[in-house]
Ligand binder design. Structure first.
Ligand code: CP
Length: 332
């Protein structure tokens, strides 16, 4: 029997999404018990994490299994390219690491979101996809520069809990300022799942911060087929007006990928891209969402992050519930 990976929200059908979220709602309501006794999840983090790491560990422990966590300090530098002549810095090929780890554990989670080259290279998620190719156990994407599917599952679960049905509901995905260039992963993945759910999506960002065009065009098509829509605007005020969900997050410029200094310079004129009470007042009493970590008073003010419309901690809490459901499906 072939193994199942969870690498992208683009791979999910509507029925699979509904099944997963229904299971997550059930496990949130009532703990399913020790259904993964004796199972081991290996977590490999090539970048820092608070929520992803802890929520996966909590999920595994509460299901009766356990995790082994490795950070880049613990790991050899890896070579993802096939037939590479390994006379550079990389000490180990991903092929060997993945095959070895598959003999110790039952699944692998990998966060590999660093900028390693031009966008056309980083969007291919080489390290993650190479692990998935060579591991004989399920591989879970814990965030790349291109996708963050586990975050998006928690996002959609949180929206469903608050709005019940998502079809036709107005979601604004809003770029906001940040001193560092951030991954496009959370934005791409929540965009894909909101499209699959038939939401009326407005994607708002300054010029130069376009998302990946293939993701955008496919999401437009999927949203249309699901009874929703997707429009792109470059005006923050217009985007927020009438929104039922305002999802704020910064992401890096594909145009200036691998030129962080240039991006930082461009962002000096974009400090007004910040969610505050005035902006929230123009929405339709919108839920305020952010996947965290958030730069307070840069991306969004304290007043709105701590305000009554904010569901940022519900979002974070739902990471554990959706991941329990995912682990139960992948490891059963
Ligand atoms: N949202 C999210 O993935 O948080 P961490 O980076 O803390 O894991």
């Amino acid at each position: 029997m072939s193994k199942r990976d969870f690498l992208s929200t683009a791979d999910l059908t509507r029925a699979e999404l509904d099944d997963l979220l229904d299971l997550a709602a059930r496990v949130k309501g009532k703990r399913p018990g020790q259904v993964l006794t004796g199972k081991t999840l290996g977590l490999l983090f090539f970048q820092p994490s608070l929520r992803t790491r802890v929520s996966f560990e909590v999920a595994m422990v509460q299901l009766g299994g356990h995790c082994i966590n490795l950070s880049s300090d613990d790991l050899y530098e890896l070579e993802p390219n096939e037939q590479a002549v390994m006379d550079g810095a990389a000490e180990e090929h991903v092929k060997d690491a993945a095959r070895t780890l598959s003999r110790y554990g039952d699944a692998l989670g990998i966060r590999a979101a660093s900028r390693t080259g031009p966008w056309q290279r980083d969007r291919q998620e080489l390290l993650l996809r190479s692990y998935a190719k060579f591991a004989s156990v399920p591989v879970i994407n814990l965030e790349t520069s291109f996708a963050h599917p586990c975050q998006a599952l928690a996002d959609v679960m949180t929206m469903r809990e608050n709005l019940v049905s998502l079809r036709g509901r107005k979601l604004t995905l809003l770029w906001c300022n940040h001193p560092e260039p951030k991954s496009l992963g959370p934005t791409h993945s929540v965009l894909q799942l909101a499209a699959l759910s038939g939401m009326q999506i407005t994607l708002a960002h300054p010029l130069g911060f376009e998302v990946d065009d293939e993701v955008l065009q496919k999401s437009k098509q999927v949203a249309g087929e699901a009874g929703g829509s997707l429009q792109v605007v470059n005006d923050m005020q217009a985007a927020a007006r009438g929104a039922e969900v305002l999802y704020a997050r910064s992401w890096g410029s594909i145009k200036h990928w691998h030129d962080a200094e240039r991006e930082a310079m461009v962002k000096r004129s974009l400090t007004s891209w910040r969610v505050d009470e005035q902006l929230m007042a123009t929405t339709n009493n919108a839920l305020l969402m952010h996947p965290l970590p958030v730069r307070r008073n840069v991306a969004a003010t304290d007043a709105v992050l701590d305000g009554k419309q904010s569901v940022i901690y519900e979002q974070a809490a739902n990471r554990a519930h959706v991941q329990k459901a995912l682990l139960m499906q992948l490891l059963k």
